[in-house]
Design a protein around this ligand. Structure first.
Ligand SMILES: Cc1cc2nc3c(=O)[nH]c(=O)nc-3n(C[C@H](O)[C@H](O)[C@H](O)COP(=O)(O)OP(=O)(O)OC[C@H]3O[C@@H](n4cnc5c(N)ncnc54)[C@H](O)[C@@H]3O)c2cc1C
Length: 455
């Protein structure tokens, strides 16, 4: 911005990035209005109450010790973490072992050829080590890595059928990605940005170590509450933004309902596909998303039982499955409540198939599969499906997928302000891209950009 310090700002999007930015600006005396399309704050965090005072996460859930800004925020908002429960054996339905259809194993290593999986992880570790996390487009050999999809890479580098079977399951779990939709550069960047293969994949000591007691949605609810307490901040729900225009004096934000808001600066804190759909006047020199940019594909299924009965049978609730809909399951039972919650992840291409089913078929398929994996399960007392792929105000999750060519085209201008318009959102953070931590870091970056002139 030219012409002095910003006194007012409009923030588009009340997810974690937008609210972090709003709170940071309001705390330093800027008048902030946050415009949110949905009738709730939180974006890709969303809580569901499954029993009185027992909440589960239909969106983001997990965090680890390296998520330092998230941990600071949790403390600041007087929230607490609770460890993810991962005690007991795992179940696998991978179709290529000697124990019949389902296998039970200690730990989480699948009953597949250990050398083949070791080679797969060595290949991935090499790619991850090479990528330049702060500027992936400057990675040596970036052009080749950005032109190749992860599916093409697997075709070239993975010979063993077990590695070929496991790779898409791994990518689905890590990134909610179909290998055909992401470039190798994006895959390597994502794994590196999130702390590396081992960290991202681990529960204890890794990125899935803890959850937020009461649900991750509390972060945004408390941030919004704090903003409401300050006379410098307001959140307006049900205000979908369609256009952002600017002139020499101000920025004007136009909503679908016909309202306009003027301010010194705007912060657009939306996933790239939604930011790219806004009408911007004048047009920015670079787009926020390209033709190859895809939606992360995840449908989250939460099955609620009277108790986590699998624990009594020495099982952790963790499973990995070659056939859907539930490609993996995990014990997400809320701490301090009697109910047991098994969360199923439907990811990658399977997410599209499952999302297209009717509610009855979705329930029948998920309940039947859970019962095959854990035969001791009774009928569920609750069942929730959250289809993020078709959420109009998310367009996928966990995060956008950068396809071939995206990093080279979009990377250099990922955070560059467009006049009075600044960009936030987890997909603008090269640290912990796609995660809650990335969203918070992006919010802090724009506050510094606006108030301190720092990039
Ligand atoms: C199922 C699932 C599992 C996940 N698991 C994890 C996990 O375990 N750990 C982790 O760290 N992260 C996880 N994530 C990712 C994490 O949720 C995101 O990285 C983070 O919440 C993104 O925050 P954000 O503010 O950048 O974007 P968003 O949360 O998407 O916020 C954008 C906001 O903008 C609003 N909006 C959209 N369009 C408009 C418009 N035109 N006008 C006004 N408002 C608009 C949206 O409604 C939304 O509130 C997961 C996500 C999902 C969905």
């Amino acid at each position: 911005m030219t012409g002095g310090r910003a006194r007012s700002a409009v923030v588009v999007g009340a997810g974690l990035a937008g609210l972090t930015a709003a709170e940071g600006l309001a705390a330093r005396g800027v008048d902030v209005t946050v415009l949110e399309a949905r009738e709730r704050v939180g974006g890709r965090t969303h809580g569901i109450e499954v029993a009185p005072d027992a909440w589960i996460d239909a969106g983001a859930a997990y965090l680890g010790a390296r998520h330092t800004e998230l941990l600071d925020l949790i403390k600041e908002l007087e929230l607490h973490t609770t460890p993810t429960t991962m005690l007991g054996a795992s179940r696998f339905a991978l179709g290529s072992h000697q124990d019949g259809e389902h296998a039970t194993r200690d730990g989480r290593f699948p009953p597949l050829n250990a050398v083949a999986l070791g080679d797969l992880f060595d290949h991935l570790a090499e790619l991850t080590a090479v990528v330049r996390p702060e500027a992936p487009w400057l990675t040596p050999d970036a052009e080749r890595l950005d032109s190749l999809t992860a599916a093409e890479w697997a075709e070239q580098y993975l010979d063993h059928p077990d590695a070929r079977l496991f790779f898409p399951l791994f990518l689905g779990e890590m990134m909610a990605a179909d290998p055909a939709e992401v470039s190798v550069l994006h895959m390597a960047f994502y794994l590196r940005s999130g702390g590396g293969l081992r960290y991202l994949n681990a529960f204890e000591g890794g990125a899935q170590q803890d959850r937020i007691a009461g649900g991750a949605h509390l972060l945004c609810e408390r941030l919004a509450g704090r903003l409401a307490e300050r006379h410098h901040g307001t959140v307006r729900l049900g205000e979908a933004v369609r256009a952002v225009t600017q002139d020499a004096d101000a920025v004007t934000v136009h909503t679908e309902r016909g309202a306009t808001y003027r301010a010194d600066v705007a912060v657009v804190a939306l996933p790239p596909l939604l930011a790219d759909a806004l009408d911007l006047g004048p047009e920015p020199p670079a787009r926020r998303a390209g033709e190859p940019t895809g939606r992360g594909c995840a449908v989250k299924v939460n099955l609620v039982y009277p108790s986590p009965v699998w624990r009594e049978h020495g099982l952790s609730g963790w499973s990995v499955n070659a056939e859907g809909p539930l490609l993996s399951t995990v014990d997400d039972s809320p701490a301090g409540s009697a109910v047991g919650v098994l969360t199923g992840f439907v990811t990658g291409a399977e997410a599209h198939r499952y999302a297209a089913l009717g509610p009855g078929e979705q329930r029948a398929a998920a309940v039947a599969q859970a019962a095959r994996l854990f035969p001791m399960l009774p009928e569920p007392i609750g069942f929730h499906v959250t289809d993020w792929v078709n959420e109009p105000y998310s367009k996928g999750c966990y995060a956008a997928l950068f396809g071939p060519g995206d990093w080279l085209r979009l990377g250099p201008t990922l955070t560059a302000p467009h006049g009075r318009v600044h960009w936030a959102g987890t997909e603008t953070s090269t640290e912990f891209f796609g995660l809650l931590e990335g969203a918070i870091r992006s919010g802090h970056r724009v506050v510094a950009e606006i108030l301190d002139g720092e990039a």
